[in-house]
Ligand binder design. Structure first.
Ligand code: NAP
Length: 212
């Protein structure tokens, strides 16, 4: 059982909270407005507190906040994030006029690399950003073979995240370690396909996959 902090109580944060609680972990949301987030929560028993307090209690932190503001949000929290695993689920894109994800904010590298560089004492692992939030809540809803990618410089941190994924119903065979944090530029760039996927297939749960 891990003490988990989830930053952001939107679609991704909620899906992860449900999956992780079901797996027996203790989840605390770090929210900009914990009372408002708690009032709208419909799900299992989880805690709501400020971002700073949630981080203090956590062994593993999930970043489920808008990628466009994640650096601004997380860099000032460097001290409290030191020594912790930060699972970065965010995609840093601009927005198209219809609200769908637009061009990448960091096309030369990636949000995850920038987070790792700015937070050298934190173990950043990029994961789960290439699939829709209902799949995070329950990967078994997909009919076909799915992939969940891992990118990170620290092998032990990736082992911990791998174990968390397995605890939330990801089959071992679906988990693909892409290598160091630089490999997150690949999975972040995959976001370019999302508006086209949604336009052609409708808004259905998906996971991008690498099949061999
Ligand atoms: N939706 C998906 O299926 C999906 C899939 C893969 C990756 N992602 C990525 O995961 C992240 C979260 O996506 P989401 O769909 O969960 O977004 P969302 O529903 O809009 O939720 C984002 C949450 O982040 C918090 N937040 C912190 N700073 C914020 C700010 N400046 N503006 C707005 N919200 C802020 C809010 O929670 P509090 O009010 O509690 O602070 C908000 O509920 C994004 O980076 C997205 O690209 C999404």
């Amino acid at each position: 059982m891990k003490q988990i902090a989830i930053l952001g109580s939107g679609r991704v944060g909620s899906a992860l909270a449900k999956a992780l609680t079901r797996a027996g972990h203790h989840v605390t949301f770090g929210s900009r407005d914990p009372e408002a987030a708690k009032a709208k929560w419909q799900g299992p028993d989880v805690q709501f507190t400020t971002i700073e307090q949630a981080l203090q209690m956590a062994q593993v932190v999930f970043n489920a906040t808008p990628g466009a503001g994640s650096l601004e949000l997380l860099i000032p929290l460097q001290a409290v994030l030191a020594g912790k695993i930060l699972v970065d689920v965010a995609n840093a894109t601009t927005r198209n006029p219809d609200g769908s994800p637009g061009p990448l904010m960091y096309p030369q590298d990636s949000l995850a690399e920038r987070l790792q560089q700015a937070l050298p004492q934190t173990f950043v692992v990029k994961s789960l950003n290439t699939l829709l939030s209902p799949v995070m809540e329950d990967p078994t809803i997909l009919k076909g073979a799915a992939t969940v990618f891992l990118s990170g410089d620290n092998k032990e941190a990736k082992r911990e995240v791998h174990a968390l994924l397995v605890s939330t119903r990801w089959p071992e065979a679906a988990i693909l370690d892409l290598g160091g944090i630089q490999s997150a530029r690949g999975t972040e760039a995959l976001m370019a396909i999302v508006p086209f996927l949604v336009k052609s297939q409708g808004f259905k749960p998906f996971a991008l996959s690498a099949t061999y």
